[in-house]
Design a protein around this ligand. Structure first.
Ligand code: CA
Length: 228
């Protein structure tokens, strides 16, 4: 799945290098040169992950990370901080920044991509290409194939994303608003009942394999998926 990554970096050469490699890895990239610019971009669209340079003009990366963690809307966005030297990294590790990981410059494209993947796997598993299974259901994000008890299940793109999200967060209840943020993106205006429409379609598709009851309605709260 394509992740939207916000790169906050004031050095054009590094920004360009990161952008090139992230795009090559299939991600969508949005760039900011300062914390203020980053916040105004975030206002329009919440990224799936933020790469944040420590040394920025104006507010430092540490300040930006703290502000992101303190705000309701951005508190869960994965953050990877970039530092210029190992001693900076050591200093950063001792600070309460709320970052999920730290990378020291210069880093290889391969290391960058691997760290991003590891953080996404931990914090946003629906963004990775890992095969997922739950009970009799298997979902392969690479081939976009879903099977139930070995039989193929045909799904539309929205139902596929919905199922991928549910399967990577087993047992957890999600509200309609959370589904909208996660599946449609929080910058898109879609009515909450749209979620019900797609859940209904998803259940219908799972019916044939007898797996539709894996998706449970939790009254007054939303939906949950589990194998039992
Ligand atoms: Ca910098």
């Amino acid at each position: 799945m394509v992740a939207t990554i916000l790169v906050v970096e004031d050095e054009p050469a590094i920004q360009e290098l990161i952008t090139y490699n992230l795009q090559l890895a299939g991600h969508r990239v949005v760039c900011a040169e300062t914390g203020e610019q980053a916040f105004s971009l975030i206002k329009h669209e919440l990224p799936d992950l933020i790469l944040l340079d420590w040394m920025l003009p104006g507010a430092s990366g540490v300040d930006v990370a703290r502000r992101l963690r303190a705000a309701e809307r951005t508190k869960l966005v994965p953050i990877i901080m970039l530092t210029a030297r190992t001693d900076e990294r050591d200093k950063l590790l001792g600070l309460e920044t709320g970052a999920d990981d730290y990378i020291t410059k210069p880093f290889s494209p391969r290391e960058l991509i691997a760290r991003i993947k590891a953080v996404l796997r931990r914090r946003a598993p629906q963004m990775t290409d890992d095969m997922v299974s739950m009970g009799e259901l298997r979902l392969d994000p690479v081939s976009r194939r879903v099977t139930g008890g070995g039989q193929p299940i045909e799904l539309g793109p929205t139902e596929f994303r919905l199922l991928h999200f549910l399967m990577t967060h087993p047992g957890r209840v999600h509200s309609r608003a959370q589904f909208l943020d996660q599946i449609w993106g929080d910058h898109v205006f879609v009515e909450e009942r749209t979620v019900d429409v797609h859940i209904r379609r998803l259940r219908k598709a799972l019916e044939e394999s007898g797996l539709d009851e894996m998706i449970q309605t939790v009254r007054g709260a939303g939906y949950r998926m589990s194998a039992d």
